[in-house]
Design a protein around this ligand. Structure first.
Ligand code: ISJ
Length: 379
């Protein structure tokens, strides 16, 4: 897929073609600044030192509302081919991280895992994005060609539906809506409401959330006047989860600070990384290895500096021939975290992507290693 899609509830950006590729934020920012590009779209990786997948597109179209394509290609049958790492190993990693948190090495760290998916025919990235957007109308649906990030990404696409806005910039107004703190949705309405109310009252989740809000405040305070940060978060929900959310708003002191600059400064927030950021990032890269574009940011920046960047979660990277993919999910760990509950939370989060593919996220083998857990196909 040589293109980019970002579907938000108010409008959708779709681009095709590649006029220029940028594997660093600096290169993309320079092209915007000197008029070689009037729009840059794409993704920032989780690891801020890794190559970016940013492009200046050839065609650009904006439409009102979320993306609603007329016809959508059917999705193939998809199975879970393996877990990376196995479920036991993920739980053991969380346990070791909890020990390090209790030892005071850091205050919060996000632990993630992935599932490897195998499809019996190519997964069309736009068809998967359309299905995710159809199931989550208020989410930020995306499909991004990652080729610009280098050889190991050639023809790969990142597809997802994120509930989390890293930032939006319109003129001198910057808004963010970080999430952190999670509880599963329940089928039974009273039980579901109780999960939400429990999350809003949970000291552990409020603390996990506060690390993210504090980070955003610290980054934005020197750049903004009138920075408005709510004292307590609000409750928000997706199809699968309740989250704590904080709508933040500020006014830029310097109008030359672009949405791409802001994304670079705000990323990685403790919603995907941890506190303190540098220690958490080092621990994640050491324990998990490369997260590629999971936990990164997807968005756009125009020549005026306006733009939207969403946190790249509830997503998968589809390989070049479309028949295999890696889907990730993570959760914030603090000293009070329970490894079993954290594992369950990642499974619930994986359900956003797996549900769109007709795969049951909860059908995983508790032993954690490979294979063949199958799923429904799309008729
Ligand atoms: C890291 C993910 O989600 C993030 C982590 C959350 C948490 O720890 O409670 C909640 C929302 C997201 O900010 C993910 O979905 O993979």
């Amino acid at each position: 897929m040589d293109g980019f899609l970002l579907s938000r509830s108010e409008r959708t950006l779709r681009t095709t073609g590649t006029r220029d590729r940028f594997d660093t934020v600096a290169a993309a920012a320079a092209a915007l600044a000197d008029g070689r590009a009037d729009l840059v779209v794409g993704a920032l990786p989780f690891d801020p030192s890794a190559p970016t997948a940013l492009v200046a597109p050839v065609t650009v179209s904006w439409t009102d509302g979320p993306w609603r394509p007329g016809t959508v290609a059917p999705l193939p049958r998809v199975t879970i081919a393996g877990e990376v790492p196995g479920l036991d190993e993920h739980t053991a990693r969380v346990r070791r991280l909890v020990d390090r948190l209790r030892g005071g090495e850091f205050d919060k760290v996000v632990a993630a895992r992935a599932v490897r998916l195998a499809a019996d025919a190519p997964i069309d990235p736009e068809a998967l994005a359309a299905r995710m957007i159809g199931r989550h109308a208020s989410a930020n649906g995306f499909a991004v060609d990652l080729t610009a990030a280098g050889e190991s990404y050639r023809g790969h696409t990142l597809v997802g539906a994120s509930p989390e806005i890293l930032l939006s910039r319109r003129g001198d107004v910057v808004t963010c809506r970080p999430l952190a703190g999670s509880a599963p949705r329940r089928a039974e309405p009273d039980a579901d409401r109780a999960e939400g109310a429990g999350l809003l009252a949970s000291a552990k989740n409020l603390a996990e959330h506060a690390y993210v809000v504090d980070w955003i405040r610290d980054v934005l305070a020197p750049l903004c006047s009138d920075l408005d940060v709510p004292a307590t978060p609000e409750l928000t929900r997706t199809g699968e989860l309740w989250h704590l959310a904080s709508p933040i708003r500020g006014r830029l002191l310097d109008a030359s600070v672009t949405s791409l600059d802001l994304a670079r400064r705000l990323h990685p927030t403790p919603a995907v990384c941890g506190t303190p950021t540098d220690r958490a990032l080092t621990a994640i890269l050491d324990v998990e290895g490369d997260r590629r574009f999971y936990g990164g940011a997807v968005g756009w920046c125009d020549a005026a500096g306006d733009g939207d960047w969403v946190v790249a979660i509830r997503c998968a990277e589809i390989d070049a021939d479309g028949t295999s993919a890696l889907a990730w999910a993570g959760g914030g760990i603090v000293a009070a975290s329970d490894p079993g509950t954290e594992l369950e939370e990642t499974t619930t989060k994986l359900g956003t992507l797996l549900g769109a593919l007709g795969v049951d996220a909860h059908a995983a083998d508790p032993a954690g290693d490979t294979l063949t857990r199958i799923s429904r196909t799309h008729e």
